[in-house]
Write a protein that binds this ligand. Structure first.
Ligand code: SF4
Length: 464
């Protein structure tokens, strides 16, 4: 059987460290040392095959290249939230979140704090280098008083931007954490201590004792604009004044293993859910040519519903399909649009940059999207749209009286149904007329009489 490629996905995810002889980190970066210590601790404790790492956004984003274990990449600041899900779904695993100070201390602080407060069964390795590394050295919550960054060129001023955030000290107010400590990787002695602390985080997870957080002070020579040696000295001489090293709490000896509650196996819920959402899977049919649509107009013209109806018709025919709306303030009176992809094979991306078919219900939409339509494509515009600019060469333009027809039929709100009539009449969707009608009726499932009425209007309009 031919393999159908999932467009937009890599064929191989090269996450194994085996073939990597260098890292993406800058020379002298603390992340490289920490990554090695974590790999060593994980391997020495024999936990490699049990560990799920939750990777951050930030300079540590590529840790999946270096640790050959299970990985989940979280959105920025969400590693602790994802690790919460991971440790609940896989209580048998060793779950480790890896986060930087921008990631955990700023956007993700509440996620991390609440996870710590609940005492979730994961370990958090929190790398503090006093700034946002990956994005170019902006001030982070951990930036020192007076420290120069790209967004504090005259030094951080607490009167303007507050004081450095002490994550360990704040978390130490919570009851649940088992272990809270701060270490550094600025010199050999400190690296050895850091390794022991990292091992402890893994052991706590192996023994299911609950939440642990280890803050690691790390040099970022690139953004500190120092050589590796001076950046390490900055950690020792400046960062440690603000963030003293030490163990704030270690209750590993006295805490019992936490009871791991199994996830409720709610068969009745599953059945109920399955019954309500029993949607037959799409059938892969490479002979069916993919079609990409853009529907655009004013909010309130039912343009998003029109796109949804086409997507629903595709679903009824068991085609692969995606509907992707553009929401926002535009939905109320401004321009609104949605993209629809209908395909015989799995769809890689829901976005439509170059539609085969563009439906425009207003002038701004025409001006915005007409030039993007593919050669050989089709634009259907409502007759009220002034076409000052000709469509691109090789693109057919059809002017259709959708708004006028809806008004003449006494249902001004049905302009989108009139546009569906044009799509059906022009036979440009690749879908059958029956499916389009069925999808239209289904879109009024709360008011079936309106569904039937719109079907009749559709048929009338098609005769025009
Ligand atoms: S920017 Fe800083 S934290 Fe990021 S890799 Fe380079 S040295 Fe490390």
């Amino acid at each position: 059987m031919a393999t159908i490629e999932q467009k937009g996905m890599y064929k191989v995810f090269p996450r194994s460290g085996k073939n990597v002889s260098f890292t993406h980190y800058c020379p002298g970066c603390g992340h490289g040392i920490i990554n090695k210590l974590i790999a060593e601790a994980c391997a020495e404790l024999g936990l490699q095959d049990k560990t799920i790492f939750v990777d951050p956004v930030g300079c540590g984003v590529f840790t999946y290249y270096y640790w050959d274990a299970a990985h989940i990449s979280a959105a920025h600041g969400r590693a602790s939230a994802v690790a919460t899900g991971s440790c609940r779904a896989r209580p048998d695993a060793v779950n480790i979140a890896y986060q930087g100070d921008g990631d955990l201390g700023a956007i993700g602080f509440n996620n991390a704090f609440q996870a710590a407060s609940r005492g979730e069964n994961f370990g958090c390795i929190f790398v503090n280098n006093s700034l946002y590394g990956m994005t170019g050295g902006q001030m982070a919550p951990t930036t020192l008083d007076g420290e120069t960054t790209t967004t504090t060129p005259f030094g951080r001023d607490p009167a303007l931007t507050g004081y450095p955030l002490h994550v360990c000290e704040v978390f130490n107010q919570l009851k649940a954490p088992v272990y809270i400590a701060r270490v550094s990787v600025a010199d050999t002695k400190r690296i050895m201590q850091a390794k022991q602390a990292i091992r402890k985080v893994f052991e706590i997870q192996r023994d299911k004792k609950g939440y642990a957080i280890l803050e690691i002070l790390a040099p970022c020579p690139t953004n500190l604009r120092m050589n590796a040696e001076k950046a390490a000295q900055f950690c020792i001489n400046e960062m440690e004044k603000e963030f003293p090293l030490g163990t704030f709490r270690d209750e590993t000896a006295t805490r019992p293993a936490r009871e791991v509650r199994p996830i409720p196996q709610c068969a009745s819920c599953a059945e109920l859910f399955a019954e309500k959402t029993a949607i037959p899977a799409a059938v892969t049919d490479p002979a069916f040519a993919e079609k990409r649509f853009k529907f655009a107009g004013y909010g309130g013209q039912g343009i998003l519903s029109l796109g949804l109806t086409v997507a629903e018709a595709a679903r009824l025919e068991r085609r692969h399909t995606l509907w992707f709306p553009s929401y926002g303030p535009e939905q109320r009176g401004g321009s609104a649009n949605c993209s629809v992809v209908v395909s015989g094979t799995p769809i890689g991306s829901p976005t439509v940059e170059h539609p085969d078919v563009l439906v425009c219900m207003n002038q701004p939409s025409y001006e915005r999207f007409a030039q993007d339509v593919k050669k050989g494509g089709l634009i259907i515009v409502d007759e009220t749209v002034p076409v000052h600019v000709q469509p691109p060469e090789g693109v057919q333009l059809v002017v259709w009286p959708a708004i006028r027809l809806a008004e003449e039929f006494g249902v001004p709100k049905a302009a989108n149904t009139m546009m569906l009539a044009a799509l059906k009449k022009l036979n440009c969707t690749g879908l059958s007329g029956d499916s389009l009608e069925e999808a239209l009726v289904a879109s009024f499932k709360k008011k079936p009489e309106l569904g039937e009425k719109n079907k009749q209007l559709l048929r009338q309009a098609e005769q025009m």
